[in-house]
Every structure is written in C-alpha cells, then in structure tokens.
Write a protein that binds this ligand. Structure first.
Ligand code: PEP
Ligand code: MN
Length: 561
C-alpha cells in the first residue's frame, strides 16, 4: 500500500466504517438507494420527485443545486435557492439529502442545508475543498475522478480523514477510457479491490457511469453483485425535458422495476434493500433512543444479523436465551420489537415460534428473508482431519446434512445457538472439534473457517418475522397472517378455505399445529395475499368468525420479495 495512505486502509482499521445519516446507515447490512434528479430545476418538480421516491421507499434524496457544467452556457443550478428546496423536501418526506459542493468557500453554506456533501468527479483532487470538508461534522460522498487511479482516489479520501472527518463514502461513477459506446466506463472491478483495501463504504453510480438510461439498471444490478453498499441513481419525471443529464435519467417506471429487481437480488448477495416503508415508524430518526430489538442467541447468531438487516445498525439487538424470552420481552414492551425465524427453505418451519405466536399477544409487522451460508469453523491451525466432533444447532445440522454425511466418523453434539457453538469450542480450547455458524461469528470470535458454504443447497434462506406489541399496518402491507381452529366436523376446514376462494384471495401458506392439551385437534395458520385494509380480506375475516371456534389475526405487513 502506498505510504501516503494511513487512515483509509484496512490496516488502519479492520472493521467497516458505518456512515450514519438519520436512521440510514451506509456500509452496513442494508443496500442503500440515493435517487433523484441530476439537478434541482424548480420547487414543484423536486417536491413531486421527492414525494414519489419516498412512497417507493427510497431513503436518501439526491439533487444538485450547484452544478459543475462543461459549458458555461449550460444550466448552472439554482444555487442557494436549490438548497432551500432540498431542505423543504427533507422536511416533507424525512429523506436526508445529498448535494454537491463545488468549492471550499461554499462548504459552510451547503453544510447548513445538506445531510451529505458530495464532492464531484471534477473536484476529486481539489485539495482545498477536500481539506474544507475534512473539518466538518457531516458525511461526505466522494466521487472518483474520471481519470483517477485507485491510489489517487484513496489519497483524496485520506485528505478528508486526515482533516478529522471519518464519515466518507466512496463512489465509483465511471472513468475515461478508449471505449466510446458509453459516456464513461463504469469500473466495477474497482469495488472488490476497494473493499479489500479500505474500510470506507462504497457506492456505485451507474447513471454517470453509462450516460444512457437503457444501461443504468443492468449496471446497478451488477454493482450490488460486485459488493457495493449502495447506489446513486438519477431519476426524473420527464427526462426528455431535464435541464441536465436527461439521457441517463431513469423514468419512474424504469426505476420502480429496478427497485423490484434489487429487492430480489439483495438477499442472494447477503443484503437487504433499504426501503423506508419496511421500518415500523416513519419519523424514526426523530426518536431519542435507539430501538431495542429482541432476538434469540448469542451475539454473532444469524438472528442478530437479521436484526441489523431489518432495522439497520442504529438498532440495539438484545441477546436472549430462548424464543419465549423474545415474545415475553416484546409483549411486556421491555423491547420495542423482536425478530424471530419462522421458516427455512431447507429445513422447514420453526414450530416453536408458530406456537408462541398463538400464545403471546404480539402482532407481525414485517417479514424478510436472509440467505444462510453455513461454515465449518475451528481453531486457527486445525485441519479437517483433526476433527472428531462437531458442535452445531439442530437447524444447522439439518441444513448441512449432505456435507455432514460425508464424515460419518464425526460425532455431532447439539447446541442451541450457532454463534454459541463457536464460542464453546473456542472457550474450551477444543482443538479436535468444529462448529457450524456464520462467517461473521468466526470473525467476531477470532476463529478460522475450515470450509465455506457447507449448506446442502446454496438456495438456503430463512424467513424472519418482525413482531411488535401492537399492530402496525402500513399502506404497503400485502400479506395477512391468521390462526384459527375449526369445529371437529366434516367439511369445517373446507368451508373456511372456500371463503378465501369466494373472496378471490390467494393463500400463500397453510400450516397446522396440534392444539395444546387437545389431542388430535389442530390450529391452522394461514398466510393470505392482501392487507387488513382490503375489503375482501375484511369480509373474509368476518365470515371466518362465524365458522371457526377460535380466530386470531396476527397482522398485515409487506411480503418479502
Ligand atoms: C452528479 O452527481 O450529478 C455529478 C455531477 O456527478 P459526477 O461528479 O460524477 O459527474
Ligand atoms: Mn448528473
């Protein structure tokens, strides 16, 4: 590593830097979207774009007030007037704003209005500007200069950190090459290289990177696969009439499609798409204390990661011993919410949590799926042939059956905590044992991964539910969960199912569980498409009341992609 880099390197700091703006954390478990027009053109246009982006769940609004233009005759931006409009959009929607600052003497003015200050590609080596943003207390988004090498890019970031500001986000936005099929060449190969070299978050800007809206979405999808922490993308109501960068600005329908695709891809690459409507409350960043989120397991457990995936790194996960404790703490409001696994794509339902949903007075307010990659973990230096015993959670054993069956000589010892199994072999110095857990658990506990990805099938997802002491149904809710029991007579279950059909409601899951203390009687758990606000769902529930012995509405929430 070049000697002039001291603060930005992984050697200087091992763990990733998390850049915080309000409730949004850039560089954590969530993939962040910054969207908006190239330039703030007028108040009406910006407010309408902001409202529409907010309704789609976008968490950060972009828009240039000071525009660096190649020609002095092009639109130069609304300057301070533009900053005021951005601030108004933030007030209306709660979305923090990112906007460009062109010179050192503008820094104080822009910092008065913006939540993140952008240094544009043309200014990446404006060292006085870098020093100026190095001394402020706001995040800086630093774009790669269009002819900057990796070292020059990092050295520019080093200026900002050297000034005392560590809240820096790097942005790959395309460089000049001999290729002329696109405006710039989006250098996606930089992303994994940067990831290795620096702890700073990295985002990708496929709008400037391609210069053509047809190619923005494919490169955005490639960006998340390459490991970017987020996306900056230009969106316009009427790109044909945009005052700058119209040809690369997405129409809203293209942008909506891109969001849907990103939501599907995110879990595959280990992330969650950051969508504001998935969070329980809108104005959450006005809260005075962090949310306390209950989960079962030790720190490093998959469930702890799930807490960060849904609530972001501003939340405080509360490690609890049992699932019952999670329900208890949510019901009594000792914790604000809880996160519980309900179903795994390889090993099936987590029945205990189905039973607890019946027993406790809590509501489901969200769901999401997380990809589960299991690893065989041991002390550094331990070899595969040294292993005699494997400590693992029964769920992990079930999900790694094929790999474990190749080693019939290993004794399997069940433990009820994936991260806890790693801690156990570490604390007891068990050099002939291994554990099965996440890469994060190995890293956190200083243990080595002997074999990566030992789950029987890479399509291994766990669906988690977010539980709350009270019902919260937002306008994006499109799935409703119910529990009921029917009288013990012919056709009773059939009649309930017929009611769903008559109301044209699609069932997406039906599960039965034994009723406790009533042998051979069952509770039915039903997930149905639609929200409690839908007349058809309401009608169906009313009808079910007349044909069931027991009925509990668990909640309505946005279904995971
Ligand atoms: C912009 O974000 O609108 C912009 C001018 O970007 P860049 O500095 O990457 O050209
Ligand atoms: Mn632009």
């Amino acid at each position: 590593m070049a000697p002039q880099l001291k603060l930005v390197t992984r050697e200087a700091k091992k763990e990733k830097t998390l850049v915080r703006v309000g409730d949004t954390v850039i560089g954590g478990e969530k993939f962040i979207i910054m969207a908006g027009p190239c330039a703030v053109e007028n108040r009406e246009m910006l407010l309408e774009i902001a409202d529409r982006l907010h309704r789609l769940g976008v968490t950060i609004l972009r828009g240039g007030a000071f525009k660096p233009r190649t020609s002095p005759y092009s639109f130069q931006g609304l300057r301070e007037e533009g900053l005021k409009i951005l601030a108004e959009a933030r007030e209306r929607t709660g979305m923090p704003v990112v906007t460009e600052v062109l010179s050192a003497d503008q820094v104080d003015l822009v910092a008065e209005y913006a939540d993140i200050l952008q240094i544009g590609a043309r200014n990446m080596q404006n060292f006085e500007l870098l020093k100026a943003v190095g001394s402020i207390d706001k995040p800086v988004l630093l774009k790669r200069g269009m002819a900057a090498t990796l070292e020059e890019f990092l050295a520019a970031a080093e200026y900002i950190l050297a000034g005392g500001n560590e809240q820096v986000i790097l942005c790959e936005r395309g460089i000049r090459t001999f290729s002329n099929h696109s405006r710039f060449t989006l250098d996606l190969s930089l992303i994994p290289v940067l990831r290795d070299m620096t702890h700073l978050p990295i985002i990708v800007d496929p709008s400037h990177g391609t210069g053509n809206r047809r190619y923005v979405s494919p490169m955005a999808l490639a960006g998340i696969a390459a490991g970017a922490d987020g996306l900056m993308v230009e969106v316009h109501l009427d790109p044909e009439k945009a005052l700058s960068d119209g040809p690369q600005s997405l129409y809203f329908n293209q942008f909506e499609k891109l969001l849907r695709d990103l939501e599907v891809i995110s879990p595959v690459v280990g992330r969650q798409l950051d969508l504001s409507y998935k969070m329980p409350s809108e104005a959450t960043w006005k809260r005075t204390r962090p949310l306390r989120i209950a989960y079962q397991g030790e720190p490093g457990a998959f469930s702890e990661r799930a807490v960060y995936q849904y609530f972001g790194e501003t939340a405080h996960p509360q490690s609890l011993v049992s699932f019952r404790d999670v329900f208890q703490q949510v019901q009594t409001r000792e914790c604000d919410y809880g996160v519980i696994p309900i179903e795994n794509s390889l090993s099936g339902s987590i029945h205990e949590n189905y039973d607890l949903l019946l027993e406790y007075d809590v509501a489901i307010i969200g769901e999401f799926k997380m990809r589960i990659v299991h690893n065989l973990i041991a002390h550094p230096g331990t070899r595969l042939e040294d292993i005699r015993r494997v400590y693992a959670h029964p769920q992990a054993v079930a999900q790694c059956r094929l790999f474990l069956s190749q080693h019939p000589e290993w004794e399997i010892i069940q433990v009820y905590d994936t991260a806890g199994s790693v801690k156990h072999i570490r604390d007891h110095q068990l050099k002939d044992a291994a554990a099965i857990a996440s890469a994060q658990a190995a890293e956190k506990l200083g243990m080595a991964i002997l074999k990566e990805g030992i789950e029987s099938n890479p399509q291994n997802y766990t669906r988690f539910l977010v539980i709350s002491p009270e019902h919260i149904v937002n306008e994006k809710a499109n799935k409703t969960s119910l529990i009921y029991s029917t009288p013990n007579k012919p056709g009773a279950l059939f009649r309930t199912l017929q009611t769903f059909a008559e109301n044209n409601l699609n069932l997406v899951k039906l599960e039965s569980r034994p009723r406790s203390g009533r042998p051979w009687e069952y509770m039915f758990y039903v997930d149905v498409e639609g929200s409690l606000f839908d007349p058809a769902v309401k009608r169906t529930i009313d009808a079910l009341r007349g044909m069931t012995e027991f009925l509990k509405v668990l909640g309505s929430y946005p279904a995971s992609a």
